[in-house]
Write a protein that binds this ligand. Structure first.
Ligand SMILES: Cc1cc2nc3c(=O)[nH]c(=O)nc-3n(C[C@H](O)[C@H](O)[C@H](O)COP(=O)(O)OP(=O)(O)OC[C@H]3O[C@@H](n4cnc5c(N)ncnc54)[C@H](O)[C@@H]3O)c2cc1C
Ligand code: SF4
Ligand code: SF4
Length: 480
């Protein structure tokens, strides 16, 4: 009777280290960990000891006998992962050696931002005896998108903030809320007082649609921030007076937005949703949210777990004409194919494919239809207009440049080598400056992905500290 990983998995791999028989994969040392949508338990190898249940911070793991109806699909999703016959290690690679500091002076690090990547970096640094971490957060509440991004009805996922609460109680941890670095406190201030500065500022902006009429279009980023009570976004007004909304882009954020727009407001009452947003949602006339992708269903950017979660909350429909290019060997493709085909009487989410926005007008969005040639979407010349009141673009987050740091405009990250910030002209490391999380690798991955990411950065930082490569340390040791 195996245990099963379910929807709230955030890929932090805590269960991997708890499992006595190494039957949870991919493990962080396996190549497919970086792209995995979640982790999966091998039903044949699991000995049902339950150790992973206690290790999981978001209650994602359950014995298969205790799955509720909405979680049943995960039995097959976990088992399917092992059907490719790939050999997986039965013994977990040994833990990396604990961090060791070989210089006497206690390490002092500033971290800018308090999202998941900042908190995991702080946790890692504080394994070093005597270390001190100052975390600077521009908002008056900590934990970044774990609080201001994760959907309010994803209560289990939001429990990860309890892990961050535990980290913030560790000796040597100091949180400075309401301090925007680059404003009241500068990079130079931080470098003067610390051996190193780790930027964990995330990706707070978004990619914009580049079609006529798009300049006034709201983004999913703004809508998410609004319903989560982000102070920068409380003023937004969204047109909920029409029966249809259109979301351009089909990643997990698009599905979050579609679910919040179609969930009965009373069902959101017990969640962390902003009261002001809930009051506005009570007046909504929206019955249908159309989530649109440029390519075919095989290129859906959402994860299977998120689709299963959406399907258990609201009717999800896909027109049969859009079901092209699916491969039934893939559990995600099978799940898309099995969705309903006819709009239902109640509120619904419609997944549409092979449509590229051409123009946003006062009445909705005009799309050009595409054909799929291999991996590419090729315009057919035909158009389709979807009437809608609310149009949201959801085509990806994007980091903003930071004062005093280099920035790669194309990738929208701070150029770095495994977390060491590098000068883009010379490729040389900028002494004492590091990045972690979305500002380091771009807006991909889950909350737990930032744990592995932060560990990599902190290992570089400590290596530099031990090698005497941190300028602030030299300044502090030999004050002028
Ligand atoms: C809408 C949405 C929903 C998501 N849902 C899930 C989910 O259900 N499950 C999951 O596993 N993952 C989810 N994710 C992904 C997850 O939230 C990210 O992987 C993670 O938050 C990235 O962490 P980060 O620390 O890099 O950035 P962030 O979480 O964005 O944190 C950056 C922090 O830096 C602060 N900051 C920025 N600039 C400054 C400055 N100059 N001075 C001081 N502070 C500053 C910001 O205020 C913020 O608090 C979601 C992401 C989004 C966008
Ligand atoms: S129940 Fe035990 S054996 Fe099964 S996955 Fe969890 S830790 Fe591993
Ligand atoms: S959230 Fe972490 S501990 Fe829980 S199942 Fe996913 S990887 Fe394992």
């Amino acid at each position: 009777m195996p245990h099963v990983v379910t929807q709230s998995c955030c890929n932090d791999a805590s269960c991997v280290h708890a499992c006595p028989v190494n039957c949870i994969h991919p493990t962080p040392d396996e190549p497919d960990f970086a792209t995995a949508e979640m982790l999966y338990i091998d039903p044949v190898a699991c000995v049902d000891c339950g150790a992973c249940v206690t290790a999981c911070p978001v209650e994602a793991i359950r014995p298969h006998t205790r799955l509720d109806e909405t979680q049943l699909p995960f039995l097959e999703i976990n088992a399917d992962f092992y059907k490719d016959g790939r050999r997986r290690r039965t013994i977990l690679a040994p833990h990396e050696k604990p961090l060791e500091v070989t210089v006497r002076e206690p390490l002092r690090v500033a971290i800018v931002g308090s999202g998941p990547s900042a908190m995991y970096a702080a946790d890692e640094i504080l394994t070093i005896p005597g270390a001190r971490v100052d975390v600077y957060e521009r908002l008056t509440t900590p934990y970044g998108l774990a609080r201001m991004g994760v959907a309010p009805d994803h209560a289990k996922t939001r429990q990860v903030t309890e892990v961050f609460d535990r980290i913030s109680r560790e000796d040597g941890f100091h949180l400075h809320l309401g301090v925007a670095v680059g404003d009241r406190v500068t990079h130079a201030d931080l470098l003067r007082d610390h051996h190193a500065v780790v930027y964990a500022t995330g990706a707070s902006s978004d990619r914009r649609l580049d079609v006529p009429g798009a300049s006034g279009v709201a983004t999913a980023t703004e809508f998410v921030a609004w319903y989560n009570g982000h102070p920068d976004h409380a003023h937004h007004r969204f047109d909920l007076s029409h029966r249809r909304a259109v979301v351009v882009g089909n990643g997990n954020v698009a599905l979050d937005v579609a679910r919040i727009l179609t969930t009965p407001p009373d069902a959101l009452l017990g969640t962390t949703i902003s009261r002001a947003a809930l009051d506005v949602l009570r007046t909504s006339a929206i019955e249908e949210v159309v989530v649109v992708g440029r390519r075919g269903p095989a290129h859906s950017a959402f994860t299977l777990a998120e689709l299963v979660g959406l399907g258990s909350a609201v009717d999800v429909v896909v027109p049969p004409g859009d079901l092209v290019g699916l491969d039934d060997a893939s559990p995600k493709h099978r799940t898309i194919r099995a969705l309903g085909h006819e709009p239902t009487a109640g509120k619904r989410v419609i997944l549409r494919y092979l449509l590229s926005p051409a123009e946003i007008t006062g009445t909705g969005v005009t799309f050009t239809r595409n054909d799929l040639r291999g991996e590419e979407a090729v315009p057919t010349g035909e158009t389709e207009h979807l009437e809608a009141g609310l149009v949201l673009s959801s085509i990806g987050y994007r980091a903003r440049p930071l004062p005093d740091l280099p920035f790669d405009e194309r990738r929208a990250i701070v150029p770095n080598d495994k977390g060491r910030v590098v000068d883009p002209c010379t490729g040389a490391a900028v002494p004492g400056v590091y990045v972690t999380g979305w500002i380091k690798r771009g807006p991909t991955g889950f909350i737990g992905t930032n744990k592995t990411c932060a560990r990599e950065t902190v290992r570089q930082l400590v290596a530099d500290h031990n090698a005497g490569r941190l300028p602030a340390r030299a300044a502090m040791a030999h004050p002028a």
